[in-house]
Write a protein that binds this ligand. Structure first.
Ligand code: GUN
Ligand code: FE
Length: 425
């Protein structure tokens, strides 16, 4: 495939590449190169001509709760633990109904597609059938990523709690089934968080992780009451991070921990050693009054971080809005910690493309060998487009105030992806 347009991508957090009126050539799923002049060997081949349009890497959202998409925006005058009990658990319990679940997954996947998220790591629910349906529908959608059946066997409502052995057996069944039947969607171990998983369950999941060499996703140190609760549940283990480590759930270079706001220096050391990716979720952290992650400091201290939506703690799946929110929150943090420089808009953009893509492979950039995942930006209403703007200005405006109407095309793994589900049935 050959595309023409104005390409912007970030090979590093401090490097914004802009190539105007250039040609990008792909082979199969990946980028071959970007050229100012089309190399002669490609002459005469069809070109997807996006001249004048800005083309950027698609978003990768490493922390999102698929069932909670239906709850976005609701109940934010509570804090985490009350919010879970009042709004989140009752909704997730409904996914026992497979018919309902399939309709909800289609709504979710359509919206991710619309917003330009081509890859993600998602929590499903505890229900085996519903989780499998999300994996299958994701495969059908043309989007790619990781999906986890959630594990919960303590401190949960009666209609959202599993027997430990059943939870482990269901998980293993999905691991094997997804390996046998799916190409572009993988299984990720998903203990909800320490308060809802017993030591026995975490231990069993750690063993599955070893046996099948699986990635892991969970929540870590999001809210002070949660941190205190974990301390009471595991008085013999010094820190929240060490609880996961104790049960083999910090798998080297294969673990995503969401939030990670309240960390000691020792915990940071362990997270760095294990190459854990910290998913910073600015919308969620503000909505649930959880706190402010010291993002710049964490990055400077060598922790891997990315920007994620955490729907429905976050109120939107649109990653451009999380990018803008990460920048805004970082500025608020800078006002009270002037020694900690705030992130720029493009640095946050990096954390939602190449930064998050790194967890999934060679993803999130237009460097040779990377998966070709892209969004073509085009103003929704050309009549409103009164001023000449540079490609970078157009990117800035899209990140701050763009939506799906401003995306003319979406590519994932080297192919154009159309709206996945026309009907919800
Ligand atoms: N901690 C445990 N479960 C959840 C969840 O669903 N959302 C958020 N934001 N935090 C959690
Ligand atoms: Fe979350």
């Amino acid at each position: 495939m050959i595309l023409k347009g104005n390409f912007i991508w970030m090979p590093a957090m401090d490097r914004l590449e802009v190539r105007e009126n250039a040609w990008l050539v792909t082979s199969g799923e990946t980028v071959v190169g970007i050229y100012d002049q089309l190399p002669p060997e490609y002459a005469g081949q069809p070109v997807e001509d996006w001249s004048g349009k800005v083309i950027i890497p698609a978003f990768n959202d490493l922390h999102i709760h698929a069932p909670q998409f239906l709850n976005r925006g609701i109940g934010y005058d509570t804090r985490l633990l009350d919010w879970l009990d009042t709004y989140t658990f009752p909704l997730e319990a409904r996914f026992r109904d497979l018919d309902f679940a399939r309709r909800a997954w289609k709504v979710f996947l359509n919206r991710l597609w619309a917003a330009g998220t081509m890859r993600f790591s998602a929590f499903a629910t505890i229900h085996k059938e519903a989780a499998w349906a999300l994996m299958e529908l994701t495969e059908q959608s043309g989007l790619r990523g990781l999906v986890g059946k959630v594990n919960m066997d303590r401190n949960s409502a009666d209609n959202l709690r599993e027997e430990t052995a059943v939870s482990l057996a269901d998980t293993e069944e999905l691991i094997c089934r997804s390996r046998a039947e799916l190409k572009h969607v993988g299984f990720i171990l998903t203990p909800r968080f320490v308060p809802s998983t017993t030591g026995a369950l975490m231990d069993g999941l750690g063993q599955l992780g070893e046996r099948y060499d699986l990635p892991v996703q969970s929540h870590l140190s999001e809210n002070p009451s949660e941190v205190e609760w974990v301390r009471q549940l595991h008085p013999d283990i010094p820190t929240y991070t060490q609880v996961y480590e104790n049960f083999g759930l910090l798998r080297k270079d294969k673990t995503i921990m969401a939030h990670a706001i309240y960390l000691s220096d020792g915990e940071k050391e362990l997270l760095r050693e294990k190459g854990v990716t910290l998913a910073h979720c600015p919308c969620s952290n503000v909505n649930l009054s959880s706190g402010v992650m010291p993002l710049r400091r964490n990055l400077e201290e060598g922790l891997r971080c990315c920007v994620a939506s955490d729907v429905a703690g976050g109120h939107t799946a649109a990653m451009n809005r999380s990018v803008a929110a990460a920048t805004a929150l970082s500025k608020v943090n800078w006002l009270s910690h002037p020694e900690e420089a705030h992130l720029t808009l493009t640095e946050s953009f990096y954390l939602a493309t190449r930064g998050s893509g790194a967890f999934l492979g060679q993803v999130g950039s237009f460097e040779p060998g990377f998966q070709f995942d892209a969004l073509v930006l085009s103003p929704a209403d050309p009549a409103e487009d009164l001023l000449e703007r540079t490609p970078v200005e157009r990117l800035e405006q899209f990140l701050c105030d763009g939506d799906d109407r401003d995306i003319a095309a979406r590519y994932c793994g080297g192919v154009l992806v159309k709206k996945p589900f026309a009907t919800m049935e």
